[in-house]
Design a protein around this ligand. Structure first.
Ligand SMILES: C[S@@+](CC[C@H](N)C(=O)[O-])C[C@H]1O[C@@H](n2cnc3c(N)ncnc32)[C@H](O)[C@@H]1O
Length: 355
């Protein structure tokens, strides 16, 4: 059993970022990821699970694993290595479910080891970047084409790997996400939607494996300026957008879109096919709203909501969302300091466990 070092919260920037600065994302600076260690996993027994955090969200994943009762994992950049079997982890973009250690005395030998296991591998580059890329160049190419929503995710088998040391690969032939580095990417529309928030909705519906059909009634809470309403109208759905602020006029003019200038929290549950919310509010308030609508039994097909955290992360409320039967709680590459909760009525195939 490997010795587990305490490395919970990220303290230093990842290799490649400026000292004292976090990862830059448009408009803001993210928390730095844990720095790669020279020999993060000296034990010959491989970790039993590996979790990949989104850039800047290792601290949230560390706290979630702690609350799940796991001792602190060993961090290799934004990869959390644990000697314990996988547990559900909303803050992980993906979980590597069958990790193994492969000696890589040379670039060719490393690539041969991976190819001997299976064809498709996605690199998570953390350290030893040049050598990693040289090994990757000897592997069969993996086409990571962006999805044209509502196209389903790829079904081809995909593993993940990284270099722990120049001569040691950590690889998992299986993982919970079909996408390289757990990130679904989409062909974006830079003309139609008034904000990029629709990408979060696309990620949620793709993960759920379902989306509104033409003519279905969708209630879009916190809809302005209208990215989600635009995406729903594009599917042919009937969209009732609820916000105190008005929609972008181009979205308001789309066929099937209407606007109600109300507070999402003042609405009494009414029959809808889908319920959506991107309202900015405290997580417990959103949880109460979701419970009220689900308990009323009026949501015929499913729901997708974003749980937004201001300041510290409300792990307790996140856990209460995760406990809702039939739900999925996850952090997609399109999420910032927020989680997506998605739910399908059980007859629709809900109840799939979150990875
Ligand atoms: C992040 S924005 C939504 C972005 C939107 N989903 C899009 O795709 O363009 C959050 C919205 O929640 C709205 N909001 C805040 N409190 C609300 C409430 N009580 N009821 C309805 N909307 C609310 C805000 O006015 C704001 O437009």
């Amino acid at each position: 059993m490997a010795r587990v070092r305490a490395a919970a919260a990220p303290r230093r920037p990842a290799a490649g970022s400026a000292p004292g600065r976090g990862w830059r994302r448009p408009g803001r600076i993210l928390a730095p990821d844990p720095a790669p260690q020279p020999d993060p996993w000296p034990d010959p027994t491989p970790p039993a699970s590996v979790y990949l955090a989104a850039r800047g969200y290792a601290a949230q994943l560390a706290e979630e694993l702690r609350r799940a009762g796991l001792p602190p994992p060993i961090w290799h950049g934004r990869l959390a290595l644990s000697p314990h079997p996988p547990v559900p982890a909303a803050w992980a973009l993906e979980v590597w479910t069958a990790p193994r250690l492969l000696p890589a005395p040379s670039i060719a030998a490393g690539a041969d080891q991976l190819r001997a296991i299976q064809r498709n591998w996605a690199l998570v580059p953390i350290a030893h970047h040049r050598r990693s890329r040289l090994i990757e160049a000897r592997l069969p190419p993996v086409k990571a084409r962006p999805l044209r929503f509502p196209e389903p995710p790829p079904t081809s088998h995909l593993g993940a790997w990284t270099l722990l040391r120049p001569d040691l690969i950590l690889a998992s032939p299986t993982k919970t996400s079909p996408f390289p580095q757990g990130e679904a990417r989409f062909v974006e529309d830079r003309e139609g939607p008034p904000s990029r928030a629709y990408l979060k909705l696309w990620a949620g519906l793709t993960r759920l494996g379902a989306h509104p059909a033409p003519g279905e009634l969708c209630l879009d809470l916190g809809a302005a300026p209208g990215g989600w309403s635009w995406a729903l109208a594009r599917l042919g759905a009937q969209v009732v957008a609820v916000d105190k602020a008005p929609l972008d006029p181009r979205v308001a003019a789309l066929p099937g879109v209407s606007w109600r200038q109300e507070s999402a929290f003042a609405l009494a549950p009414e029959p809808v096919d889908w319920l959506f919310s991107d309202v900015i509010c405290y997580p417990p308030r959103l949880l109460a709203l979701v419970r009220r609508w689900l308990d009323a039994g009026v949501v015929r097909r499913g729901l997708v909501v974003t749980i937004k955290f201001q300041g510290s992360t409300d792990h307790e409320t996140a856990a209460a969302f995760a406990a809702i039967p039939g739900g999925l709680l996850f952090h997609s590459a399109q999420n910032r300091h927020e989680l997506t909760f998605a739910w399908l009525r059980p007859a629709e195939g809900g109840g799939k466990p979150a990875p």
